[in-house]
Design a protein around this ligand. Structure first.
Ligand SMILES: [Zn+2]
Length: 315
């Protein structure tokens, strides 16, 4: 009997231990911080110098981009925000011609995005993305712009690795024509300078109007920006991987706040364009262009460039 009681006591004690050792219920999902939105800082007005704006929603089709805590693909959110921005800009200034590189969930290569931009030649190419990082605490806004050729190691263009990682020829498909290469370089240097101005204005505006964490402007050889003949920037609007920020991004209120912040940046860039007060190393278009030297060795001439560079006199 005593032995039985002892066994029962042991069993009861073991059950108690099990209860105590049982895993605690999972903590509730990290509460979403309330949306901070100081709001727009720049009075709304029609645009002066910015006449054409190309908005590029990142990814699309078979490239979903990042999928964060809210489990909504970056490609969908980028498109949603791009359309909100387009519609708001049209409402604000019907004279501004604002277009999207894609308006549906389709595949569009980075090279094709740049090519579309060069054909249309807007004053600004604005690519919208959402960020992600292995560190779940990473959050905030960063704006990316192109570093000048040769300053930052770049990735080779697939299939054209032999031409070098960062050479102009490798990036825009100009091969064997030195004059065209030099003109391309000058034209893109001018665009790169102005891109940095646009990036700084956009970053500052986005941080101020949304209250987001400032991850600053970063320069690199970003493939979507390489080959552009006009200023181009990528705005990484927030981290889908952040437990709180990632849940705010899909909300219409967050997107409306972000769209107004982007408009602040666009209005500031427009004012800078209108004043003409920015560093530009533009090629002298009035100078006659010397005829290209024929290649001494016909075998060295390009046989099949993957695509020709856009001409200098774009529509
Ligand atoms: Zn992206």
């Amino acid at each position: 009997m005593a032995a039985l009681r002892t066994r029962r006591t042991v069993a009861t004690f073991a059950a108690l231990l099990l209860t105590v050792a049982a895993p605690a219920p999972l903590p509730a999902a990290t509460p979403v911080e309330p949306l901070r939105c100081p709001g727009p800082q720049v009075p709304r007005r029609p645009f002066i110098a910015l006449q054409r704006l190309l908005i590029d929603p990142g990814h699309g089709g078979g490239e979903p981009g990042t999928i964060g805590v809210a489990e909504i693909a970056e490609k969908h959110l980028a498109l949603l925000i791009a359309k909100r921005l387009r519609d708001r800009l049209r409402e604000l200034d019907p004279a501004l011609d604002v277009r999207l590189t894609r308006s549906a969930d389709i595949d569009l290569s980075l090279q094709d995005r740049a090519h579309l931009a060069n054909l249309w030649n807007p004053e600004l190419f604005l690519s919208l993305h959402l960020n992600a990082a292995p560190n779940p605490e990473a959050q905030g806004i960063e704006t990316l712009t192109l570093a000048p050729v040769g300053t930052v190691p770049g990735d080779p263009v697939p299939g054209r690795e032999a031409e070098g990682a960062c050479s102009v020829a490798a990036e825009v498909g100009v091969v064997g024509d030195d004059t065209a290469v030099v003109l391309d370089d000058l034209r893109r240097a001018a665009a790169t300078n102005l891109s940095l101005v646009a990036a700084e204005l956009m970053q500052q505006s986005a941080v101020t109007a949304t209250g987001g964490y400032d991850r600053e402007v970063k320069q690199g050889r970003y493939r979507v920006l390489r080959g552009l003949y006009m200023p181009g920037i990528v705005v990484e609007l927030g981290f889908l991987s952040h437990p709180s920020e990632g849940r705010l991004i899909p909300l219409p209120a967050w997107q409306a706040c972000t769209v107004e912040a982007l408009i602040d940046g666009l209005l500031r860039f427009d004012a800078t364009l209108a004043k003409g007060d920015y560093p530009v190393a533009s090629p002298d278009a009035s100078r006659p262009v010397p005829a290209a030297e024929p290649s001494a060795d016909p075998a060295a001439a390009p046989t099949s460039p993957t695509r020709s560079a856009p001409t200098q006199d774009l529509p």
